[in-house]
Design a protein around this ligand. Structure first.
Ligand SMILES: *Cc1c(COP(=O)(O)O)cnc(C)c1O
Length: 387
């Protein structure tokens, strides 16, 4: 069968109506367990000698359709769904590292990923360090004999610095170290880390994959043998699996991913330009501006997120938020509604101040997730609050 385009696969990928009583939409298998016709069949299913579902923590048909669709969209052999983005991050990391190992990270990571790295260090002696990953030499310098995983976010949250994924993958290949990429900010529509040579892709499905602000979920995709190992160990035994209903909602949200992303990106471009021209705004951090060369190389479009600093400090940043009327003050991103948050006191409040400043997150920085409203209305709200 010929390979179909992304816009078609978000709607049809991984689902075959003939296997589901010709139901147009994937059915919701809201069940915890599955029955065996007899004892022998139960034995065969547990032994893995016969295909079929056993218990929903080990697999569920609705969740499986989402996993199969996601694997197609990321160009992966296999994908797995989790109860949250952090469940996906922790299941993948705990599959790759053991006590005494070292993780090399991009300069900034999601606040709770930072927290998880701290926990791994304190409880399991799994060390980590951050690198700008701006040249091959700098990446090589930060790799030690016990480095067993390279973990990258790009664009980096919330500074929008970019990491050249192909370059990281090339250095990692020399050393035989797997590269894990948190692709939440882009979705597979804007960026395909596996095509660039990386090994595992992670998503907080809560964000653009869902797109409607009504699910917390996570996804991870990669090579079949590795994902099977995750499935049979850290996913099954730690247990952060996705519920069938959440998978059903995500299958629904995914259908419009390309259309939504195009609109998020169009709106963001207008808002970024307007912000850059406003006298109360100090700096605008937007992927094509932070690093045009890398953005053009690996991103289809610059995305729907913008960070910016306003003149003043925390007091002025909070005052600005309190003046907004249409735009909602909330963490999370990728929803139809435009959301704004203050990283220093919200998503990155857990990061100690000196580390936070080193990451480039100042007290006057705000992060905007541009929604699907008319951009003129989004800007009108920002403009009145700035003034
Ligand atoms: C939200 C987010 C996560 C965590 O996902 P949850 O679904 O909230 O657990 C991880 N990485 C990035 C970049 C995120 O934005």
């Amino acid at each position: 069968m010929s390979k179909k385009r992304f816009e078609t696969e978000v709607i049809h990928g991984g689902y075959h109506t003939e296997n589901y009583h010709d139901s147009l939409v994937p059915p919701l298998y809201q069940t915890s367990t599955f029955t065996f016709a007899n004892a022998e069949q139960g034995e065969r299913r547990f032994a893995g000698e016969e295909a079929g579902f056993v218990y929903s923590r080990l697999g569920n048909p609705t969740v499986k359709i989402l996993e199969d669709r996601m694997a197609i969209l990321e160009g992966a052999e296999k994908a797995l769904a989790f109860s949250s983005g952090m469940a996906a991050v922790s299941a993948v990391l705990f599959s790759l590292v053991k006590s005494g190992d070292h993780i090399l990270c991009s300069q900034g990571v999601y606040g709770c990923t930072f927290g998880l790295l701290q926990l791994m260090k304190e409880k399991f002696q799994i060390d980590h360090e951050f690198s700008r990953m701006d040249t091959k030499e700098n990446i090589r310098k930060a790799i030690f004999p016990n480095t067993t995983c390279i973990y990258v976010e790009t664009p980096i949250n919330p500074t929008m610095q970019l990491v050249d994924l192909q370059m990281v993958a090339e250095v990692a290949k020399e050393k035989g170290i797997p590269v894990v990429v948190d692709n939440t900010f882009c979705s597979p529509y804007l960026q395909k880390p596996l095509e660039l040579g990386c090994d595992v892709v992670i998503h907080s499905a809560t964000k653009y994959i869902c797109g409607h602000g009504d699910v917390i979920g996570g996804l991870a995709a990669g090579e079949k043998t590795f994902m099977e190992k995750v499935s049979l160990t850290t996913q099954k035994d730690i247990g952060g699996i996705m519920s069938p209903f959440d998978a059903w909602l995500l299958l629904r949200g995914l259908k419009t991913l390309p259309i939504r992303m195009d609109r998020h990106c169009e709106n963001a471009q207008q808002i970024a330009k307007a912000l850059a021209d406003h006298p109360m705004v100090e700096n605008v951090f937007y992927p094509i501006w932070t690093d045009n060369k890398i953005a053009e190389k690996q991103m289809r479009q610059p995305g729907g997120l913008i960070s910016f600093t306003i003149k003043g400090g925390k007091k002025e940043a909070h005052a600005f938020l309190n003046q907004l009327k249409l735009i909602k003050i909330a963490v999370s991103l990728g929803d139809a509604e435009t959301l704004i948050q203050h990283p220093a006191t919200m998503t990155h409040a857990v990061v100690p101040e000196d580390a936070r400043i080193k990451m480039g997150i100042s007290d006057n920085m705000l992060r905007l997730s541009v929604g699907l409203e008319a951009w003129e209305d989004i800007w009108a709200d920002m403009k009145q609050a700035l003034e």
